[in-house]
Ligand binder design. Structure first.
Ligand code: FAD
Length: 531
């Protein structure tokens, strides 16, 4: 331990001598005097891993990585980081699935929150596997727990969280720092609306429990707080009885207003008994001829072959796919088909385009992992991802369709484009997340992958990045007041505009209270560190 620590410190000093900014280590720096239960490492592979993320768009190498073995380790590190004149930045890193370096920090320390990485060496934190209270209908999890592991642990008790992300290899702390959304959000709200309490190490190094009753300001600040106020070490997440199986249905539209009318109708059923609504409502846009053809064979019922490309003919070639699910188990196995049929009978999709599949609940929730494995096998996972995620107000979604799906995208997408509406009243007030000022807003997620060795200019990082800029400029010029989800800005003016005057004041006040020296999550580029 001591050897590692001194290695780490020499590396930190080297960083400073080498002209790095952020760290000014002197022999009196408290980090010299700090011992950790876990490991502070400067191992090249650890530094390299912490300097990259899923986006592969930006790279910043930290001076050291802490693999904590206790909550106190994180508190010790943050207290040391606060010590002027040798303060340094600290960033929690979950699974590093950010796009724009949000969990990176140059010349600071990254806290590797993934429990799996440290399982063999962790003390207290290793015993922090998900702990289910079947009676209380909740699970306590370490902030660096992956959602897939939360699911597997809770299913042993026949329970599961009710609000998800589409992909489960993300950490609890990482998604709660944003919102955590998927097709259940219309009904249950985002993941941040389904947390009972948290343990947080604040930017001052205090270990605090917070909830709606205790340290309420910190609780709300941290939820959707982009890592700015504290590091989540434990979250208590609400559970409900887990269904066994899922009917997963896709239907197509060529008419955008019919598509959005139906989506909005389906989410308006949120207060109905579960037999009278779907459990999940999402959708996606098909603008790409190639994508249409590729999907033809698997997407449509073999009994009912449809020439999909002919369906788009009247609509600039753009199609819209509604994706819905109905959960079931022994209690409603006999009635589920009728329930689905009743709901579908209200919708306006093209009748011949209905495709249903029936699968275990876990397989449905973990569906994106299967796509990941396929892309990995083709070398298409570890490529740059210039993603753009926008919340679009309902009143402007048709304009967005005309300008972006039928306009700017120009029949090429380079990845899925998700679109689904959510009910704002399911988003708890007071959290740090920013959403449009309308009762219903859409997520539009342009999840594109760039190719490096390609002759096709439309697949390049440069082209896709420019397209993102054009989309944002179009929204600005057309007064479509979008809010970025997983926001990425590079200037404080843009951050201020993102929050709006009131929310910005609140966010800044919270920063002053919980991380006054701006130590935490500098990779978000919201506040610069006070030196
Ligand atoms: P990281 O990238 O490691 O960190 C993100 C931010 O959170 C950083 O600022 C970091 O400092 C901070 N942070 C991390 N851990 C903690 C902690 N314990 N305490 C405080 N701050 C912390 N999002 C959705 O909502 N729905 C989806 O369906 C969805 N699908 C996705 C699919 C893929 C393939 C990918 C790559 C991303 C997806 N996302 C989705 C986005 C994802 O939720 C965010 O990028 C999330 O931040 C990733 O979690 P992570 O553990 O990798 O966080």
């Amino acid at each position: 331990e001591l050897l590692l620590l001194s290695l780490a410190i020499s590396r930190l000093i080297a960083a400073v001598l080498g002209g790095g900014s952020g760290l000014t280590l002197t022999p009196n720096n408290p980090l010299h005097l700090t011992t950790f239960d876990g490991h502070l490492t400067t191992d090249a592979s650890a530094l390299s891993a912490a300097s990259r993320d899923f986006g592969l768009l930006t790279q910043k190498e930290p001076s050291a990585v802490l693999r904590p073995a206790s909550v106190q380790d994180i508190a010790r590190l943050i207290r040391a980081a606060n010590n002027k004149p040798s303060s340094f930045p600290v960033s929690a890193r979950g699974h590093g699935h950010s796009i724009n370096g949000q969990a990176q920090t140059a010349n600071g320390v990254v806290v590797d929150m993934i429990r799996r990485h440290s399982k063999t060496t962790l003390g207290e934190a290793a015993s922090y596997g998900p702990r289910v209270s079947a009676e209380g209908r909740y699970v306590d999890v370490w902030g660096g727990e992956l959602w897939i592991d939360v699911l597997n642990a809770t299913l042993e008790f026949g329970l599961a969280p009710n609000s998800w992300t589409d992909y489960l290899y993300l950490t609890v702390g990482g998604t709660l720092s944003n919102a955590g959304i998927s097709g259940q959000a219309f009904n249950h709200g985002p993941q941040i609306s389904n947390v009972h309490e948290m343990d947080v190490v604040s930017g001052k190094g205090e270990v605090l429990t917070c909830s709606r009753e205790e340290n309420r300001e910190l609780f709300h600040a941290v939820l959707g707080g982009l890592g700015q106020f504290g590091i989540i070490t434990r979250a208590r997440i609400a559970l409900e009885p887990a269904p066994k199986r899922v009917k997963w249905i896709r239907v197509l539209y060529s008419n955008f207003s019919a598509f959005t009318e139906d989506q909005e109708y389906l989410i308006s059923l949120h207060a109905k008994p579960s037999s009278q609504k779907f459990d999940y409502v999402e959708g996606f846009v098909i603008v790409d001829e190639g994508l249409i053809n590729n999907w033809r064979s698997s997407f449509f019922s073999p009994k009912n072959p449809v020439k999909i490309s002919s369906l788009g003919g009247t609509n600039g070639g753009v199609l819209y796919c509604l994706e819905i699910t109905k959960n079931y188990d022994e209690s409603n196995a006999d009635s589920v088909d009728q329930e689905v049929e009743d709901l579908l009978s209200e919708l306006q999709y093209i009748p011949a385009t209905e495709f249903t599949t029936d699968l275990p609940y876990v397989d449905f929730l973990d569906r994106v992992h299967k796509a990941e494995l396929k892309l990995r096998a083709k070398g298409l996972w570890d490529v740059p991802h210039p993603w753009l995620n926008l919340f679009v107000p309902k009143s402007k979604i048709a304009e967005f369709d005309e300008g972006v799906f039928k306009g700017i995208l120009g029949k090429k997408t380079s990845g899925p484009i998700l679109i689904y509406p959510m009910n704002k009243n399911k988003w708890e007030e007071g959290t740090s997340v920013v959403t449009p000022d309308e009762d219903v807003f859409y997520l539009v997620a342009l999840l594109r992958s760039a190719l490096e060795d390609t002759q096709d200019r439309t697949q390049t990082l440069e082209h896709l990045t420019n397209q993102n800029r054009r989309i944002l400029a179009f929204c600005q010029d057309s007064n479509i007041q979008v809010k970025q989800y997983l926001p990425h800005y590079t200037s404080s003016e843009e951050w201020r505009a993102h929050f709006g005057p009131q929310r910005w004041d609140q966010f800044r006040r919270r920063k002053m209270e919980f991380d006054p020296k701006h130590i935490l999550a500098t990779g978000q580029r919201i506040f610069s560190m006070e030196m």
